[in-house]
Design a protein around this ligand. Structure first.
Ligand code: PLP
Length: 453
């Protein structure tokens, strides 16, 4: 077998990659024809590819590298933990210091009575945990009929059978016979695309009240929980109208429905607080976290659980659920170091009052571009809608084609990572972004847009 290294010619690496590596969310034929762009190293907010090109990462990897790339402290903590205790499980009445310390730190940071942590390997399996947990909880409370979980169309909650079912992505449901039973979807609060003649405030209330209507239709005694991202990320950074979340909170409280906030993207600083629930004024019973918990340096996810739910489950005997890597010692140690860096370097303050307002000002000026219908940010999440007709808020007919051309074509060739979803272009930069990084991002984004005029 030949030795594969960073120094091999790109075409050779691409050929081996296409021959043996099945990529997630990728058109395999397109990959084989074009070859993947191969990233060889990264530092700060910059990636380097196998041709030596420097690319500005406007997506923090996949919404996760909050502290930026190349942090020596993280590598040192991982190496130290691997030497001391590379693995032990947390099943069957055992524990270890990294899991204990991280659970305590997360409980300190999480709002309200969210004081208990069940570890997973990422966001998808943490949402699997949530589905089992809420059903087990209601059964333990003597209400075993409360099993249905209500979610939203266009939500993303992961790629496992439960995660993809909780999500509301039609393209995912079409493959593999999803959703699994017991999960239903209501409409999303996407005013720009679906609000018609309503004001954003009226529309936010109307969409929230679809939850109440769905609970009435299903019967309150059959509904376990409602799950939603505070701000929908992978669906296109859909920032809800101000009226939406207070009404959702009222409905969950009034009907004894557990509220699960999926904070996999919003958590750990992205919205300008530790959690998106704090920014949006939500009081969840469970939060799903992953990504920013370790800044993507190691895989880890978790469910952060309300006292009453955790206590009820603890009294109900064995919870027959867990992953080999629940509370992996290396992941926990690295995540703790990541949380230390976020706090010490005041990265959340950078989002809230440092670079964040500058990003907002510059990004929202993109709305003046002839192709842009709206442009908004909340913290370090940004979205813009492309349109051939601003007045009608009309999407491009072949949205995937046009927006894909801009994002995958012009942006990526112009050395900027942004993502596209339907007719939207989105960003989620590392939380270390400075004003000069914003300037470079805007310059490259405008260049990509101009090439499409
Ligand atoms: N939930 C949300 C909101 C996400 O954005 C994601 C991933 O993008 C997930 C869950 C799934 O997390 P993972 O890919 O770590 O399984």
């Amino acid at each position: 077998m030949n030795m594969i290294t960073n120094h091999m010619p790109t075409a050779e690496l691409q050929a081996i990659d296409a021959a043996h590596h099945m990529h997630p969310f990728t058109d395999g034929a397109e990959l084989a024809a074009k070859g993947a762009r191969i990233i060889t190293r990264a530092k700060g907010v910059m990636l380097t590819d196998s041709e030596g090109e420097e690319i500005l990462d406007g997506m923090a990897g996949l919404w996760c590298v909050n502290i930026g790339y190349g942090r020596e402290e993280m590598a040192e903590v991982a190496a130290r933990q691997m030497r001391e205790l590379p693995f032990y499980n947390t099943f069957f009445q055992t524990s270890h210091v990294p899991a204990i310390a991280l659970a305590q730190r997360i409980a300190e940071l999480a709002p309200g009575d969210l004081n208990h942590v069940f570890f997973a390997s990422g966001g998808s399996d943490a949402n699997d945990t949530n589905l089992r947990l809420v059903r087990h909880y209601w059964a333990a409370k003597g209400k075993p009929s409360k099993t249905v979980v209500i979610s939203r169309k266009n939500a993303y909650h992961g790629s496992t059978m439960a995660g993809a079912s909780l999500g509301g992505m039609g393209g995912m449901h079409a493959q593999g016979g999803l959703p699994i039973p017991g999960i239903v979807h209501i409409n999303q609060p996407h005013w720009y695309a679906e609000g018609g003649e309503m004001s954003p405030e009226e529309f936010g209330l109307a969409r929230a009240r679809e939850l109440e209507a769905k609970i009435a239709e299903l019967g309150e005694d059959n509904v376990a929980a409602f799950i939603a991202e505070p701000i929908q990320g992978a669906g296109g950074v859909i920032i809800p109208p101000e009226t939406y979340w207070p009404e959702i909170q009222r409905i969950c409280d009034a009907h004894e429905i557990l509220l699960i906030a999926d904070e996999v993207i919003c958590g750990f600083g992205r919205t300008g607080n530790w959690f998106g629930s704090q920014t949006l004024g939500i009081r969840p019973h469970i939060m799903t976290v992953a990504k920013g918990l370790s800044s993507g340096y190691v895989p880890i996810g978790a469910s952060i659980v309300w006292d009453e739910v955790a206590d009820t489950v603890a009294r109900a005997g064995d919870f027959n659920h867990g992953y080999t890597y629940s509370g992996h010692p290396v992941s926990c140690a690295v995540a703790l170091e990541n949380l230390r860096i976020i706090e010490e370097e005041q990265l959340i303050e950078n989002v809230a009052t440092g670079t964040g307002p500058y990003l907002k000002e510059k990004w929202e000026q993109l709305a003046d571009h002839p192709l842009v219908g709206e442009a908004h940010t909340r913290g370090f999440m940004g979205t813009l809608a492309l349109t051939p007709d601003k007045a009608r808020r009309a999407p491009f007919e072949a949205a995937e084609g046009t927006v894909g051309l801009i994002c995958r074509g012009h942006c990526f060739k112009g050395n900027l990572v942004m993502r596209h979803v339907g007719d939207r272009m989105i960003i989620a930069p590392p939380l270390i972004f400075q004003k000069s990084d914003v300037d470079l991002l805007i310059e490259r984004a405008v260049k990509a847009l101009d090439l499409t005029l």
